[in-house]
Design a protein around this ligand. Sequence first.
Ligand code: SAM
Ligand code: SF4
Length: 432
Amino acid sequence: MNEYDTNRIYDTVKNIGYFKTNDHLNTDCYLLNTCHIRDKSKEKVFDEIGRVRKNYKNKKKPIMIVAGCVAQAESSEMIKREPYIDIIIGPQSYHKINKIIENFNFNKKEELTEFDTEDKFNYLDKIKNHDSKVSSFLTIQEGCDKFCSFCVVPYTRGAEYSRPFKKIIEEAESLVKNGTKEITLLGQNVNAYYFKDKNKSYKLSDLILELDKINDLIRIRYTTSHPKDMTDDLIECYSSSKKLMPFIHLPIQSGSDKILKLMNRNHKVEKYLETYKLIKQKNHNVEFSSDFIIGYPGEMECDFNDTMNLIKEIKFINSYSFIFSPRPGTPASKLEPVDNEIAKERLINLQRELEGHQIKKNASLVNSSVEVLVENKLKNQKNYFGRNVFLNSVLFEGEDKYIGKLVNVKIEKTNRNTLFGRIDKNKSMRAA
Ligand code: SAM
Ligand code: SF4
């Protein structure tokens, strides 16, 4: 979502004459768009600002803007700790960035942290989304009302908000006109999308089926979804949609009902398994990935074993796993943490298990021909980059004419993250 936001901020500031530069040592304005989900990301922001301060020691100071969720959560604290920062701008206020920059003077710090989500999207809807990548993100929903005990999102992104159905379709059509072939619908809780017009209401499944009708769009994805919002209509899309990819990132966090309850996740492991089975019944090719939090306060060896057993049962093909990071202001931050050494050991075991499934799945593709949407040529290399339906990176020798097209790549070798191969000459290239 930060990538989408950064692009939209760029679409906005272009209108007052600010353009992207690769010349990091000679800029008028620096903008850092930040993430607050775990503690390390905040420290990265301060490290980066320290580097900029050093680089500009004997030069005209650029306007230093910190945007995103760290800005929202820490606001004046950040300026106190790092006076090099000039402007703080939260994720629901960045549509006001042009006014702030135009009226800026170095004698006054500015902070914008209101939750103006609706105004933000109304403003952005009037500015063309210039993204022209083969694979583009499109935010349809923001914020969260679920308040999992460990998570800062409800405090930094604010309450759940769903964008108007028509505006999303218009933006998707415009992206496709720019050259986009794959759209990933985004939201902190993307499957909680719900928009009510005068007499009709729309859900994520309605969006997917409407996007299906856009001729030159080849693939549809969505992320990140919550198990509780996997409704029957959405599950049905895995057989009714022609373009929805057979891969779903559906975070469960833990395989223990006790821990899920402590996390305030509001669903049980059984519900997750039921969703898994229903989706597989609709389309047995669908593969799953998840997020896991290890060492959540109260996690015992038996809870961890439940998580390991779930991984063995589902065989997730690609997942994210982290040690619990206490976030200021969340209920879980006040709880007694699990011993760090124990948590680390559990994380290593869990990642080993996850990697095993990932490596095995990738290896099973050797000698087969996989369908790849070609995104770009790698910088200073002869290889081209694309993704298969399961979102695996695929590297292969190609030609520029394949960019934006579906090609078949015969896989020759694989590692944990990447498949390597060459164009399968027996199968023809498919345009959108
Ligand atoms: N809304 C999605 C859901 O509920 O499944 C997840 C979105 S959250 C922004 C992304 C991931 O960050 C979570 O799934 C969780 O695994 C991880 N995360 C969030 N807070 C965390 C914390 N305090 N410590 C460790 N990981 C955390
Ligand atoms: Fe955070 Fe996801 Fe829970 Fe919302 S549902 S509070 S975004 S983890």
